[in-house]
Design a protein. Structure first.
Length: 695
């Protein structure tokens, strides 16, 4: 019967309980008659048996083939390379065996390829290097042998590469270490050996590196210190030796560091005490010696592991280490060169000279109010002082004012203690609900981490110099401001701040990714409740970051119903034009409210019209305008700046008319997606995960 639907574009039956019977994938053969099919999604079901060879006869228009998390066995069928327009192929978490077909290299439009958690064997084909559009590639959890092919270095768009939990040999090829966008590199639990290449400094944007459970040897390369974006570094269970490199002192953004089960020697570096974001440190089972530092991460015995280093001493009481003997200290002093002794004497003199300053500072801290953030959140952010923020903003100068919100002013300021330009949100505590907004925003942001969510760097809850309460939040600074100023530039900005179609689409995807993470991937789902263009910020690379979590709600962990949420903030207010209609009628908070706001945001981005524009009156609003125009008159409501030739990306083999035609097709899809987001009945709206897939 399915074969009779020759106009079928998408067949999506994922996330059900289909299958479970022998030869239950016969529907694939019937779909070969659907010559326009571009989406085939049947992942997260119970289909079993061998994938029919007829899958190679599906429409050549197919762009998405999603069949992960089933019980499919056998080999990857030959002929799959005929699906020349595939951009998204996910077959992970099945029982596929055999080797990866080398002819997959013909699928040159592939952007995502996921074979993780199967039973594949053989080598990784060199032809994978032909997939130059690939930006996510997962092969972890198989039984692949051989070496990592150098040809992967030609995949210059790769952002995520996971080859973990295989049986790969050799080392990491140098060609792989010169892919600028690469953010995640996972090669753990293999049999890789030799020194870690010095060329690791080619990965300037690396955020996660896992080379653990291999046979790497030699010293930790000093060039690793140039990867200053690193947040997680795992090098445990190898044969690394020598001192822990001083070059790692530049990795100040590290949150997790594991160097355990190696042959490292020398002292624990003092610079680790300066890592403000470090939440987990494992140095166990090495040959480290001398005293253990006692500040920051070293104060938290639950976040620190140093056992198996028999020569360590001192540290906090909870570590239960022997005290450092005077003999050991004398021995250590004798090892100091003369210049070191002189410097030590100078430090003692300076310490005495500055003693009064520190005593005064201690008295001021003791007399000031303690931050409620520490006790209420259960986690400790870096605490900035009022004086530090005053200095950073030049006395909260109006020249540094970059934004004004319902509950606070936002200033640009350089914070000396972290060496960064930041955005400092100072709460207007005279506002009745500002303090609750402060607590709510901290609760929402304390444990989330996503590239499309603004990162909180510091908090301040104290008093100013005349005794008034003072609360502020410090965020990473976004040099390109808010999305609102790019969609609705003033007269001075009009010619210089117009986003083209691709830029707007990228922003739409970034925001959808952030919401998908908040709704589905956090330990407790979070509803933002205040999504609008002024709360979407753009960094120097025009990557979008969702900010302002002052109204956010966090769902209880034990609550399955999305309508019940913790009161982590204040009563839902939201902004006119963006807030879901059920909220205005006393409806309960849910992720569907964010979906509604996203639909409005998406329309605003591509129409250039605010939902509160004067044109919307007499019961006409933005989403009704979209419904009336869709599909025949969509081009009439689109921001006409998008259709100007200067704002259309034209490649050498495509003329303007062809590109404009393709853009029109995309705009139809975008308007359709937005309409699916603001359906009146909340539970009939799309999920953000589905929106992500379609975008």
């Amino acid at each position: 019967m399915l074969g009779k639907l020759q106009a079928l574009l998408r067949f999506i039956i994922g996330d059900n309980h289909l299958g479970g019977e022998k030869d239950d994938m016969g529907f694939i053969t019937s779909l070969t008659n659907c010559s326009n099919l571009n989406f085939l999604v049947f992942g997260n079901n119970r289909f079993s048996g061998v994938l029919p060879y007829t899958i190679a006869n599906l429409s050549t228009q197919l762009t998405h083939l999603v069949l992960q998390t089933n019980q499919i066995s056998g080999t990857i069928p030959s002929g799959i390379e005929n699906l020349a327009n595939l951009s998204y192929l996910t077959m992970h978490e099945n029982f596929f065996t055999g080797s990866i077909p080398s002819l997959l290299g013909k699928l040159q439009k592939l952007e995502v390829l996921n074979f993780r958690k199967n039973r594949l064997s053989g080598t990784i084909p060199e032809s994978i290097g032909n997939l130059t559009r690939l930006y996510r590639f997962y092969l972890d959890g198989n039984d692949l042998q051989g070496s990592i092919p150098w040809s992967l270095g030609t995949c210059q768009r790769l952002e995520v590469l996971s080859l973990a939990r295989n049986n790969l040999h050799g080392t990491i090829p140098k060609q792989l270490l010169y892919i600028p966008p690469l953010r995640v590199l996972l090669v753990n639990m293999n049999s890789l050996s030799g020194p870690l290449p010095l060329d690791i400094d080619g990965l300037q944007n690396l955020e996660i590196l896992d080379v653990s459970d291999n046979k790497f040897s030699g010293e930790i390369p000093s060039t690793l210190g140039t990867c200053t974006h690193l947040e997680s570094l795992y090098m445990q269970v190898n044969f690394f030796q020598g001192n822990i490199s001083s070059s790692l002192s530049s990795l100040k953004g590290l949150e997790e560091l594991d160097l355990s089960h190696n042959n490292l020697s020398g002292q624990i570096p003092r610079y680790l005490e300066e890592f403000q974001f470090l939440q987990y440190l494992n140095l166990s089972f090495n040959d480290l010696e001398a005293d253990v530092p006692e500040h920051r991460i070293f104060q938290n015995a639950n976040a620190l592991s140093i056992q198996g280093n028999r020569k360590l001493c001192g540290g906090i009481t909870k570590l239960k280490l022997p005290p450092c003997s005077k003999l050991a200290l004398k021995k250590h002093k004798k090892a100091l060169p003369l210049i070191g002794i002189v410097i030590s004497g100078v430090i003692v003199v300076l310490s005495l000279f500055l003693l009064s300053y520190f005593l005064a500072r201690y008295w001021l801290k003791k007399s000031s109010k303690k931050s409620p953030i520490i006790s209420s959140l259960g986690e400790r952010f870096l605490e900035a002082t009022y004086a530090e923020l005053l200095k950073a903003t030049d006395g909260f100068s109006s020249a540094n004012l970059i934004g004004v919100g319902s509950f606070g002013f936002v200033y640009k300021g350089f914070l000396d203690q972290i060496g960064l330009t930041t955005a400092i949100k100072v709460l207007k505590l005279q506002q009745q609900r500002a303090s609750k907004s402060f607590i709510g925003e901290c609760k929402a942001l304390r444990s989330i981490r996503h590239r499309n969510i603004v990162k909180i760097l510091s908090v301040c809850s104290s008093i100013d110099f005349i005794g008034n309460d003072f609360k502020a939040l410090v965020f990473e600074y976004m040099p390109n401001g808010s999305l609102d100023t790019w969609i609705h530039p003033n007269e001075e900005q009009h010619n210089s701040t117009c986003l083209n179609f691709i830029q707007r689409l990228n922003v739409a995807i970034d925001v959808a990714s952030a919401l998908d993470y908040l709704h589905h991937d956090c330990e407790a789902p979070i509803v933002h409740c205040e999504l609008k263009p002024s709360n979407v910020l753009l960094d120097e690379d025009m990557v979008a970051h969702v900010g302002d979590f002052g109204l956010a709600r966090i769902f209880s962990k034990d609550v399955g119903n999305c309508s019940q949420a913790q009161s982590s903030s204040i009563g839902i207010k939201g902004s006119i034009g963006y807030v879901a209609p059920e909220y205005g009628m006393g409806g309960e908070v849910s992720t569907y409210g964010d979906v509604y706001s996203y639909g409005i945001l998406l329309l605003e981005m591509f129409t250039g019209k605010r939902p509160t524009d004067d044109v919307f009156k007499d019961n006409l609003n933005l989403h009704q305008l979209a419904r009336m125009a869709f599909p025949e008159r969509v081009i009439e409501i689109i921001d006409q700046r998008l259709l100007l030739e200067g704002n259309v990306n034209i490649s050498s083999n495509e003329d303007y008319n062809e590109m404009r035609s393709r853009m029109h097709e995309c705009l139809l899809s975008l308007v359709r997606i937005s309409i699916s987001c603001f359906v009146e009945a909340p539970k009939e709206r799309s999920e953000m995960r589905d929106v992500m897939l379609e975008l």
